[in-house]
Design a protein around this ligand. Structure first.
Ligand SMILES: Cc1cc2nc3c(=O)[nH]c(=O)nc-3n(C[C@H](O)[C@H](O)[C@H](O)COP(=O)(O)OP(=O)(O)OC[C@H]3O[C@@H](n4cnc5c(N)ncnc54)[C@H](O)[C@@H]3O)c2cc1C
Length: 512
């Protein structure tokens, strides 16, 4: 065991997508980061297609747009689409009409969604959603983190920590490190969460879920797509990709080896067929356990991503939640380390992100409730199906599933405050997303008003000021944007100095 002499501003446990993105955000703000990852090899069958497919929602795509990562990620997926690897594996791509999302397997379609009801959304390259594979996503984030100077040590899992008021001592199998802040991004079974004594409250599972790749003797006995049966639910994509849920109270998960015989017997019971698995190529299990840390911070230890909240993968929101945690936490933690943050800024991370995860946990619980294999649930499902098929219904479900409804309660009743900033297009062609690449605050002045310009002067080391003509300013005179792209203050009046001043103190700290 060796004690490392260097001290880091931040140690992140876990080089999953959330730990990697957080490292990028912290390096963007110039703080030193050590990323400790338990696994020696980042590759896993769960990160490649078909099981590695992940749906990115609007806030994630906007975050990537704001950091200059979007083009690269879109290009990677286009290359996969052209190579034919994406369509081959997804059951919803083997159906006639391609859904834009679903609720408990009930699809909604983009053409039914009325996006005119989102008056503060302007057309943007970010779009609303995108399917990616986890390996490519992690690859892009790793390359960016390293290029920006993050030290990543693989095969070095955190095994012990000692947290004091002025920092944390972090122990791996071989080394001891010292840091001012430790962030646990080490997944749903987070060691950091347990070692630091966080409460993890929530509900126990109702089912064991299975992700299976198999060779089938008689695949025609299964229906392509999602099928509810009196004993559970399965989805099937040719030639042999199966997902299914077995309402066993979650008892099978992690308790028994997943054999071909077991998977075949569960599949036969759920599908009500005598389908035969000739070869089990891959199988993983999961549950609908839904838990959340009651606090995201204990002294110098913070949690983000699955370490802070777990729920079933139904509806695919866990990754998006975690990446939004990283975008929210990065600039606040960096400002706290630099000493420019007002007292309490770091705790707004919990204040803003905890309710969002709580909402997603409930969203996933509601889907579980709609999947139970009972006659009354099927009756309820048929009513929800009718509602989803209406324009109001499709718009509501898209709003929730795509993350368009995300709004932080920042205590200001202007309808834009706390929301993601619209992607205003400047007359010269640049977009707001591109102006946020440096991770700094931004005052956007549409009226060239002298008061707004002089207001920002004392904060110029933290906030950019741009007086710009935009194609559509949505009736606003000025807008103050946080480094994560969320609106801190907005006004329709020619000058609204007091409100802007207050917001600048609140989000960008005191100035001499
Ligand atoms: C089948 C399936 C489909 C899904 N589909 C979607 C989807 O479409 N959209 C979506 O948003 N989400 C989806 N999710 C959820 C999403 O994959 C997770 O929420 C996301 O991976 C969480 O990222 P993370 O970085 O927080 O944790 P992880 O990805 O779990 O990464 C944690 C990392 O920490 C490392 N680690 C563990 N212990 C230690 C330790 N002691 N020290 C150091 N490192 C450690 C691990 O090796 C790992 O690399 C899906 C999940 C599953 C299972």
């Amino acid at each position: 065991m060796s004690t490392q002499s260097s001290t880091y501003d931040v140690i992140i446990a876990g080089a999953g997508p959330v730990g990697l993105f957080l490292a990028c955000e912290l390096r963007l703000a110039g703080v030193s980061v050590l990323l400790l990852e338990q696994a020696a090899d980042p590759r896993s069958p769960l990160k490649i297609l078909p099981f590695g497919m992940r749906g990115l929602s609007t806030p994630t795509l906007e975050a990537f747009h704001r950091r200059g990562l979007l083009d690269q990620i879109v290009a990677l997926q286009q290359a996969k689409d052209e190579a034919g690897t994406m369509p081959a594996s997804a059951h919803w791509l083997q159906q006639q009409r391609r859904p834009a999302g679903h609720f408990a397997g009930i699809p909604f379609f983009a053409e039914d969604v009325d996006s005119t009801r989102w008056p503060y959304r302007l057309p943007s390259p970010a779009g609303f959603n995108l399917a990616v594979d986890m390996q490519s996503l992690e690859g892009s984030l790793t390359a960016r983190a390293i290029a920006r100077g993050t030290i990543i040590k693989r095969g070095e899992g955190v095994v012990a920590i000692e947290a004091e008021c002025d920092g944390v001592t972090v122990q791996t199998q071989d080394n001891v490190y010292r840091t001012s802040w430790l962030v646990g991004c080490d997944g749903g079974r987070s060691r950091v969460r347990k070692l630091a004594g966080f409460d993890f409250a929530g509900t126990d599972p109702e089912f064991t879920g299975y992700s299976v790749a198999a060779e089938l003797e008689d695949a025609d006995k299964l229906s392509v797509g999602r099928t509810y049966t009196p004993t559970g639910m399965y989805t099937f994509a040719r030639p042999g990709t199966i997902a299914m849920v077995d309402f066993d109270g979650g008892v099978f998960h992690r308790m028994h080896p997943v054999t071909r015989e077991h998977v075949q017997s569960v599949l036969r019971r759920i599908s009500g067929t005598d389908v035969t698995l000739t070869n089990l190529k891959f199988a993983a299990t999961w549950t609908d356990r839904a838990r959340q840390a009651t606090s995201y911070r204990r002294g110098p230890v913070l949690l983000a991503g699955d370490a802070a909240h777990v729920h079933s993968p139904l509806g695919g929101q866990g990754l998006n939640l975690g990446l939004a945690d990283a975008m929210n936490l990065g600039w606040k933690l960096a400002a706290t380390i630099r000493g420019s943050a007002r007292a309490g800024l770091i705790d707004s991370y919990h204040g803003e992100r905890h309710p969002q995860a709580a909402r997603v946990l409930d969203w996933s619980r509601a889907q579980v409730a709609l999947m139970r294999p009972t006659p009354s649930t099927r009756a309820l499902e048929s009513i929800v199906r009718d509602l989803v098929a209406t324009r109001d219904g499709a718009t509501y479900f898209a709003e929730q599933a795509w993350g368009v409804s995300l709004r932080y309660d920042l205590g200001d009743d202007h309808p834009l405050v706390g929301r993601s900033v619209p992607d205003f297009e400047l007359v010269g062609g640049a977009r707001i997303g591109e102006l946020l690449r440096h991770g700094r605050g931004l005052m956007l002045d549409f009226t060239s008003s002298a008061p707004h310009r002089s207001l920002t002067k004392p904060w110029r080391s933290r906030i950019d000021y741009i007086c710009a003509e935009v194609k559509d300013h949505l009736g606003l005179s000025a807008i103050l944007i946080r480094p994560d792209g969320f609106v801190a203050c907005a006004s329709d009046k020619p000058a609204d100095g007091e409100r802007f001043l207050e917001a600048m103190h609140r989000w960008f700290g005191a100035v001499d």
